[in-house]
Design a protein around this ligand. Structure first.
Ligand SMILES: C[S@@+](CC[C@H](N)C(=O)[O-])C[C@H]1O[C@@H](n2cnc3c(N)ncnc32)[C@H](O)[C@@H]1O
Length: 372
């Protein structure tokens, strides 16, 4: 699978769209607000009276309310900071670039921009300009030293591709679609190496594009520790999707070869892996790195370790995962199985949650390009 061609969230704003099912990702944007405010303050010191345009990019912006929430959050952070500054420090203009792969529903983003007005054009809002930028962030996206702040939320666990030795079936993944309990070690290694290559490339490209002292705030799904499979982590989410596909194979609704040839271009790293790569290529200083958790059920804001209503949580998780995976699954398996697949998946997740509540580990890392 060539992720740069195939990966996209469910388009439009209907019942099964990403736009209507992205509360999980919204919570992460809100959770990282303090880190964003700190990054904006630092970026401000890079502007001068002569060069007062702040260039901000959101990579993997998708479509729906979260796309514009990021714009609002950045504008809110700028406004909060400039309120305390002298008149001349306030005169900033903001240029936003909203980036995603070409298959993203940019039309929905552009249409929603028509009605979007940060603070209703209130006097204190700095002028801002928004442009869409289709393309993979595993390629160069901006001219050298032209961007002040790069933001990316819930995207960097997507790889540039499924490793070739998996996609060409040199190594099979034992009925899994990502790293599962019986995934052979060699396959785990291939997923891991793909992450290392992609993440190093991403850091190299972004370090070229950022101005000296520029900032990067990255939030993505990770792992709690070095173990590949822990209760609640994203590997279990996909293991349960694989289980639903396997049951369709058993019912004769799908060919086994179809399952064998389906793997996700994905990898959720541990904090240690992320830190090691950043330190190894020495292009960025780590200002902040932390892991927080988010319930699998996007509608469940409670703390604690008990799922109150497993059946409804199962349905909620199924909606969330369907919005993310439906286009990839339909491309590969066809449209006919999608309802049945995610109906079964909801029940399988509900059963899993009876054992214990499940939470995604999310990594947030704030990076600074050194001044020189
Ligand atoms: C789960 S969505 C997150 C969207 C949004 N940032 C949010 O927080 O709701 C992940 C997005 O990353 C995009 N993506 C994945 N790989 C990408 C790549 N190589 N370049 C650009 N965007 C990519 C996907 O198309 C998808 O829209």
């Amino acid at each position: 699978m060539e992720a740069t061609r195939d990966v996209r969230m469910a388009t439009g704003n209907g019942e099964n769209s990403y736009a209507a099912n992205s509360r999980l990702q919204e919570k992460a944007i809100l959770e990282t607000r303090p880190v964003l405010h700190k990054a904006i303050e630092d970026v401000y010191t890079l502007l001068s009276a002569r060069r007062n345009t702040m260039v901000v990019a959101d990579l993997g912006c998708s479509s729906g309310p979260n796309t514009l929430l990021v714009v609002s959050e950045v504008m809110g952070a700028i406004r909060a900071f400039t309120r305390q500054q002298s008149e001349e420090r306030r005169g900033v203009e903001v240029q936003f670039f909203l980036n995603d792969l070409p298959g993203n529903d940019f039309n929905l983003v552009f249409r929603s921009l028509e009605h979007y007005d940060y603070l209703g054009g209130g006097k204190e809002a700095p002028p801002y300009y928004v442009a869409g930028l289709p393309g993979s962030y595993y390629r160069k996206l901006f001219p050298c030293r032209s961007v002040h702040l790069i933001h990316s939320s819930y995207s960097l666990m997507w790889r540039s591709k499924v490793p070739e030795e998996i996609s060409n079936s040199t190594h099979l993944n034992e009925d899994n679609i990502y790293i599962g309990r019986n995934t052979p070690f060699v396959v785990i290694k291939l997923f891991q190496e793909q992450f290392q290559k992609d993440f190093e490339l991403f850091l190299t490209l972004r370090s070229k594009e950022l101005v000296s002292g520029g900032r990067m705030l990255l939030t993505f799904i990770g792992r709690n520790n070095e173990d590949m499979l822990m209760h609640g982590e994203v590997s279990t989410v996909f293991e349960l999707v694989a289980k639903s596909i396997q049951s369709l194979v058993l019912k004769g609704r799908l060919e086994k070869e179809k399952l064998d040839s389906f793997n996700l271009p994905y990898y959720a790293p541990s904090v240690k892996e992320v830190k090691e790569l950043i330190d190894r290529n020495s292009l960025f200083d780590i200002d902040h790195i932390k892991l927080f958790e988010s319930n699998w059920d996007p509608q469940d804001d409670s703390d604690g370790n008990v799922t109150l209503d497993c059946a409804s949580s199962g349905v909620n998780v199924a909606k969330c995962i369907r919005a993310v995976l439906e286009p990839l699954i339909v491309d590969h398996f066809g449209e006919e199985i999608i309802e049945e697949l995610f109906f079964d998946y909801g029940s399988i997740v509900a059963k899993h949650l009876e054992k214990a509540k499940a939470k995604y580990p999310i990594i947030v890392v704030s990076l600074k390009k050194p001044m020189h």
